[in-house]
Write a protein that binds this ligand. Structure first.
Ligand SMILES: [Zn+2]
Length: 449
C-alpha cells in the first residue's frame, strides 16, 4: 500500500521535472543515430524515391488499408497483453463516402484508426543531420510545421519536400525515426487534457497518473519496463500497461504493406516510426525503472524517482553532446560514431546478429529491452563515479536538460578522462547494438524500391 501513496506523489514530482526538460525524453536525437547506423547500407545518393503525401497514399490504398487494419487488429488482440482494442467507432471504414472527395477527412480517419494524435502535421520534409550540406533547391520549414511541441534540435529548420520530389531513403527513414517525439503520442489517454480524440481512443487512464503534462502522456508508448524483478514494481500501472510493442508492430506492418503496394516513401517513413520505439528501448533508463536500486531503496519511492530522473536526463545530455561535439569538430571517425556503423576494429560481424534469429515483433521484449535493462546497473555505477553526487544521488536537486545546465561530455573531457573512457565504452557497446538493430530491422522488412 505504501508504494501506492508514494506513487501519486511521485507522479507529481516526475511531471514537474519533465516539464523542465522536454527534449530529454528520448535517445536524443534519433535521426542522427539512424543516419549513421544506416550509412553502410544506404547513402544520400541511393536509393532514391519519390516523396508522396499521406493524402495521396491513402486515396490510392484506402481499400487495402481497411483490410490490413482488420487483420492487424486481430493479431494485436491475440498477441499483446493488456492491449485495448480499437473501438468500432474509429475503425477505418471503406464505405465512408466523404473519403471519395475529402482528403482531409480521409487523413483524419486514418490517424484516428491508428490512434496517434490527429493534429500531427505530417508534412513532406527532411531532417538535416549535422554533417550533411543543406540542399539549396529546397525551402525550409520551421519546427512548428512538423511538430506539436517546441524543443531543441541542433540543425533547424527542416527542409520541405514537394510531392514527387526525389529524396533518399536514408533521409526519409532517419527523419521519420525522430517523428514520434513530435507529439504523436501526446494526450491519448482518457484523463489527459480535454481534446477532441482521447475519449474515443480507449487507452484508459494514463498509467503515469492523471497529469496533463504532455510528456507523462507520451511515456507509456516510449518506455518498456518488461524485465522488472522487484514484485512491488511489477504491479505498478506504468510497468504493466505499456504500448511500445503495439506501436512497433503497427508501424512495421504498415511499412511492409506500403512496400508491397509500391509506395517506398511511406514504407521508409513508417519504418522510421517503428524504429523510434525500438531505439528508445535500447536506452537503459527506458527499460529499467530504477537502475542500481536495492529493494530497500524502493521503499523510498519519491526520492528514488527524483534521483533516477536526474540520471536519465544526464545520460541523454551526454549522448546529445557526444554528437554536437564530434560532429562540430568533423570527427566522424570517432569510435562512438563508428560503433553505430559497426566498422570498429574488433567490432564483431553481424552474421551472428541475434536479431536475425527472431521476428521483429519479439525484439522489443526479448532482445532490445532485456539487453538494455541488464546493462542499466553498470551505467548507474559509471555515472556515480563520473559526476558530482548532487547530479546523481540528490533527490532535492533537479537536473535540467536545457542550455543552462552543463555539457556533461565536455565536463568529463576536462575533468576525468579515465572515467570518460569507461562511459564512452559503455555507449560504444549500446551503439553497436543500436546500429545492428537498425540495419537488421530494414533487412527484415526488405523494402523494394
Ligand atoms: Zn521517444
Amino acid at each position: 500500500m505504501r508504494i501506492r501513496v508514494f506513487f501519486f506523489l511521485l507522479l507529481f514530482s516526475y511531471c514537474l521535472i519533465l516539464f523542465r526538460s522536454p527534449s530529454s525524453y528520448a535517445w536524443d536525437n534519433h535521426a542522427t543515430l539512424t543516419y549513421f547506423s544506416l550509412l553502410q547500407k544506404y547513402s544520400l545518393k541511393a536509393p532514391l524515391l519519390p516523396a508522396e503525401s499521406l493524402e495521396r497514399f491513402l486515396i490510392k490504398e484506402k481499400n487495402s488499408l481497411v483490410n490490413w487494419l482488420e487483420q492487424e487488429e486481430d493479431w494485436l488482440q491475440k498477441n499483446l497483453k493488456n492491449y485495448p482494442p480499437v473501438p468500432e467507432i474509429i475503425k477505418f471504414k471503406a464505405k465512408n463516402k466523404a473519403h471519395a472527395s475529402d482528403g482531409e477527412q480521409l487523413i483524419k480517419d486514418f490517424l484516428y484508426a491508428i490512434r496517434i494524435n490527429p493534429h500531427m502535421p505530417l508534412p513532406l520534409y527532411s531532417y538535416v543531420t549535422l554533417d550533411r550540406p543543406r540542399n539549396p533547391g529546397r525551402t525550409t520549414i520551421p519546427l512548428s510545421k512538423v511538430s506539436l511541441l517546441t524543443f531543441d534540435i541542433p540543425n533547424l529548420p527542416f527542409e520541405e519536400l514537394k510531392e514527387g520530389e526525389v529524396v533518399s531513403a536514408l533521409e526519409v527513414v532517419s527523419s521519420a525515426s525522430d517523428e514520434p517525439d513530435y507529439g504523436m503520442d501526446i494526450g491519448l489517454f482518457s484523463n489527459n487534457d480535454q481534446n477532441d480524440f482521447n475519449k474515443l481512443y480507449a487507452f484508459g487512464d494514463n498509467p503515469f497518473g492523471s497529469s496533463d503534462n504532455p510528456y507523462a502522456s507520451q511515456a507509456p508508448f516510449h518506455l518498456g519496463y518488461f524485465h522488472e524483478k522487484n514484485h512491488k514494481l511489477q504491479t505498478l500501472p506504468l510497468v504493466q500497461r505499456n504500448f511500445s510493442e503495439y506501436r512497433i508492430h503497427l508501424f512495421s506492418g504498415l511499412a511492409k504493406l506500403a512496400a508491397e503496394l509500391g509506395h517506398p516513401y511511406w514504407a521508409f517513413r513508417f519504418a522510421g516510426w517503428a524504429l523510434h520505439y525500438l531505439q528508445d528501448l535500447n536506452q537503459p533508463y527506458h527499460a529499467s525503472l530504477f537502475p542500481g536500486a536495492s529493494a530497500k531503496d524502493i521503499d523510498e519511492f519519491v526520492p528514488l524517482f527524483k534521483k533516477t530522473t536526474n540520471q536519465h536526463v544526464i545520460v541523454e545530455n551526454y549522448q546529445y553532446n557526444i554528437f554536437v561535439n564530434l560532429i562540430s569538430e568533423g570527427n566522424f571517425q570517432h569510435p562512438l560514431i563508428l560503433a553505430l556503423q559497426n566498422v570498429l576494429q574488433n567490432g564483431g560481424g553481424e552474421n551472428d546478429s541475434p536479431y536475425r534469429k527472431y521476428p521483429i515483433e519479439s525484439w522489443a521484449r526479448l532482445l532490445v529491452s532485456s539487453e538494455s535493462s541488464a546493462s542499466a546497473k553498470e551505467l548507474y555505477n559509471i555515472l556515480r563515479e563520473a559526476f558530482p553526487s548532487k547530479y546523481i544521488d540528490d533527490p532535492n536537486y533537479t537536473f535540467s536538460f536545457g542550455p543552462s545546465e552543463f555539457d556533461t561530455y565536455t565536463y568529463l573531457q576536462q575533468n576525468n578522462e579515465s572515467i570518460k573512457q569507461r562511459l564512452d565504452e559503455f555507449f560504444i557497446s549500446r551503439f553497436k547494438q543500436l546500429g545492428d538493430l537498425n540495419r537488421e530491422f530494414l533487412e527484415q522488412l526488405s523494402i523494394k524500391y
